[in-house]
Design a protein around this ligand. Structure first.
Ligand SMILES: Cc1ncc(COP(=O)(O)O)c(C=O)c1O
Ligand SMILES: N[C@@H](CCCC[NH3+])C(=O)O
Length: 436
């Protein structure tokens, strides 16, 4: 959690060094965890997840905090989020099904998605999800047709406010010209609002926007509030309606490397709701109940990835340290040029640091986990490497490329570890092949 504004540690708060040179996370040595669960493996610190959920709840007690499950979901994660009083953002029938099976109260679920399938929509309605966020005009009649006679489904409309933010083009969603939401600028948002208001089986409770991901500054959120309230005032003037809710999405940056900026929920809570209150007063609008959707911010810093070094190789001027995982469990460097911290754990080393590139085991030259990072010069096969800030958009985006099964995940807390997701085996992979 940020202990000073704008900066955040990259390791879970429970992390501490051991005399052996190893690190302990959740009260257990990483070498011990690697022995027990094998490598590569992922760890998630339950107390860190809970503390991060509480940080948002505490900062914005009047708002709904919906954890964005796309960052990482498992039954235990869903239970922690539920127990901490958060809502849950899902974007597929798979996420919805897991949440429902884990006993998450469906009225606290919000369904997103730019291309919701008929099954996504019918399952959401059958399970009674609290909110569906309409992302396109075509979805309005499709959704309304599924609502049983006499019932009304609460919906929000996702609009594109024209705010550019986010760490990489692939994760920027606040501007026109990308696939999500309905642009305010071209009039599509207002047209959709009029259509939804004309659907007796849909109850429009608010507007929503999500600007992008890994956003390290508060100013895009402030600008979004201005654009959203301008739109709310126009809608009130044209249609005579105001809405009780406003969704401002997630996208809050975390630090992956020392010194990188992160969003502080307390700082967000100081600026964004104040802007909303001021703009609503200016337009004579009632202040809507805010919802925010942190994903990465809650799961990311609670996760640690552990890899075993398999090979060390010099090629030209570069030294490559190859490990037993790679882009199949962490595609983020390949997708977004994401940069990570890597640390030798399990033993101490007095060797001077040298710059290496940590690569995976996959058949692609772009299978890089960490470009140009310092590691002790005696790093060798058999060594254990740990990567912090690994809890979001890694296991959730993992795929068994080269038929390398996805790694296991264990939860750690107060000196205890338990398996949450088992390793995907060659047999798992073979057994889904039902052809020939
Ligand atoms: C609608 C919506 N809400 C919330 C999030 C969560 O984003 P982040 O994990 O960056 O907080 C996303 C993903 O960017 C999203 O699409
Ligand atoms: N997968 C992206 C974030 C996408 C956010 C989901 N809307 C990342 O790892 O940075």
């Amino acid at each position: 959690m940020p202990r000073e504004p704008g900066r955040a540690p990259v390791w879970p708060a429970s992390t501490h060094p051991l005399p052996s040179g190893d690190l302990a996370v959740g009260g257990i040595a990483l070498a011990e965890l690697a022995d027990r669960f094998g490598t590569p493996c992922y760890l998630i610190d339950e107390d860190e997840v809970r503390a991060r959920a509480r940080a948002w709840r505490g900062a914005l007690p009047e708002a709904d905090i919906a954890y964005a499950g796309k960052a990482f979901l498992s039954r235990a994660m869903i239970r922690w989020i539920e127990e901490e009083g958060l809502h849950l953002d899902v974007c597929s029938v798979g996420e919805l099904d897991l949440a429902a099976h884990a006993g998450f109260p469906t009225e606290r679920i919000v369904l997103h998605g730019n291309a919701k399938s008929p099954v996504d929509l019918s399952t959401a309605l059958r399970l009674g999800v609290g909110r569906v966020v309409i992302d396109g005009t075509g979805e309005i009649a499709r959704l309304a047709a599924l609502v049983p006679p006499g019932a009304r489904q609460k919906v929000l409309i996702r609009v594109v406010p024209g705010v550019e933010a986010g760490a990489h083009a692939a994760v920027r969603t606040g501007m026109e010209g990308q696939k999500f939401g309905l642009p305010v600028a071209g009039g599509e948002a207002e047209e959709a609002i009029a259509r939804v208001l004309g659907q007796p089986r849909l109850q429009l409770v608010g507007l929503h926007c999500h600007l992008g991901s890994q956003i390290a500054s508060l100013s895009p959120y402030v600008t979004a509030v201005r654009r959203m309230t301008e739109l709310l005032a126009r809608v009130r003037d044209v249609h005579g309606v105001t809405f009780p809710e406003l969704g401002l999405g997630g996208g809050f940056a975390i630090a992956y490397r020392d010194g990188e900026p992160a969003i502080d929920p307390a700082a967000y809570a100081e600026r964004v709701p104040a802007e909303l209150t001021a703009r609503c007063a200016e337009y004579g609008l009632p202040v809507p109940r805010l919802s925010v959707e942190p994903g990465r911010w809650i799961a990311g810093p609670a996760g640690v990835a552990l890899y075993r070094v398999l090979a060390v190789k010099k090629s030209g001027a570069r030294v490559f340290v190859a490990v037993d995982g790679g882009m199949s469990d962490n595609p983020r460097p390949a997708l977004y040029g994401a940069r990570y911290t890597v640390r030798l754990v399990g033993r101490s080393s007095d060797a001077p640091a040298h710059t290496v590139t940590v690569v995976g085991r996959h058949c692609e030259a772009g299978d890089i986990l960490a470009e140009e990072v310092p590691l002790p010069a005696d790093v060798r096969p058999g060594d254990l490497l740990a990567v912090p800030a690994a809890g979001a958009y890694q296991l959730s985006m993992a795929a068994p490329y080269n038929l390398v099964g996805r790694p296991p995940l264990a939860a750690v807390s107060a000196g205890r570890a338990r398996l949450l997701l088992r390793r995907e085996t060659a047999e798992d992979l073979r057994s889904r092949d039902v052809g020939a």
